[in-house]
Design a protein around this ligand. Structure first.
Ligand SMILES: CC(C)(COP(=O)(O)OP(=O)(O)OC[C@H]1O[C@@H](n2cnc3c(N)ncnc32)[C@H](O)[C@@H]1OP(=O)(O)O)[C@@H](O)C(=O)NCCC(=O)NCCS
Length: 213
């Protein structure tokens, strides 16, 4: 019986070739832009519309300094990093509105990952980059925002010289989506990451290699 060929069929066929690898290829209605001073207002509007993220984290929790005593202090810390160029994220835009993001950076920029003790116990070779926080704003979930964000982060990493990239996702079937801080395992696997080792009940270290562009 005839069936229409979708973009996913094409990707799966390409991946069945020996040695084939998918780095970042997502058919998406979204546009990805880096977090910087020009995109800060849109990012800040999304954070504010979502109560500061977990009551005021402002996406500072994975950075070395961690969260401060108040949401305002966290916002100030984040803005300071944006101005200094010491924080990285692929922001997902729908028109002019930022609807989600995927944070990434060098391990020194983002040391405070979940299950850090177990991670460090089994670590042999540190990655060049790691993916930290994945977020899709409320009202924009289950529409591919996180997938577009991760794909966009890999593109930005390619532009910054590429290298080995790690992520620390969990299986979305085992953990409520609201607590998938590092995103869903299936999203990473769809974009070419492979499982390395387990560092929590449901958390995996996954990695992929990104060529520079
Ligand atoms: C986890 C999260 C990022 C997913 O974002 P999303 O834009 O809805 O995800 P996508 O639509 O791109 O889907 C990605 C995958 O996750 C799966 N998924 C997403 N939400 C799911 C849910 N509620 N139940 C089961 N699977 C789910 C999708 O089915 C998809 O799987 P596939 O790749 O196999 O098709 C989002 O739910 C979120 O932001 N949660 C809060 C996490 C958070 O607070 N982060 C910041 C604090 S550090």
């Amino acid at each position: 019986m005839w069936a229409p060929v979708t973009w996913l069929d094409t990707v799966e066929a390409a991946l069945s070739e020996p040695g084939a690898r998918l780095v970042a290829m997502v058919d998406t209605p979204f546009e990805v832009r880096p977090l910087d001073e020009s995109t800060w207002p849109a990012f800040a509007a999304l954070v504010e519309a979502n109560n500061g993220i977990f009551g005021g984290c402002w996406c500072i929790g994975f950075h070395p300094e961690g969260t401060a005593g108040s949401a305002t202090a966290n916002r100030d810390r984040k803005l300071e990093r944006v101005r200094a160029g010491t924080t990285h994220a692929a922001l997902v835009f729908e028109g002019d509105a930022c609807v989600g993001w995927c944070q990434f950076g060098a391990p020194e920029e983002l040391p405070r990952i979940k299950n850090r003790v177990a991670y460090e116990k089994g670590m042999t070779d540190p990655p060049d980059w790691r993916i930290a926080c994945n977020y899709a704003g409320k009202g924009h979930r289950r529409q591919g925002v996180a997938t577009a964000g991760l794909s966009g982060a890999l593109d930005l990493i390619a532009g910054l010289g590429g290298g080995r990239v790690e992520g620390y996702p969990e299986d979305a079937a085992s953990v409520p989506a609201g607590f998938l801080f590092h995103g869903a395992l299936s999203t990473y696997e769809r974009l070419g990451f492979e499982r390395d080792r387990k560092i929590g009940k449901h958390r995996w270290v996954v990695s992929t290699r990104v060529d520079p562009t």
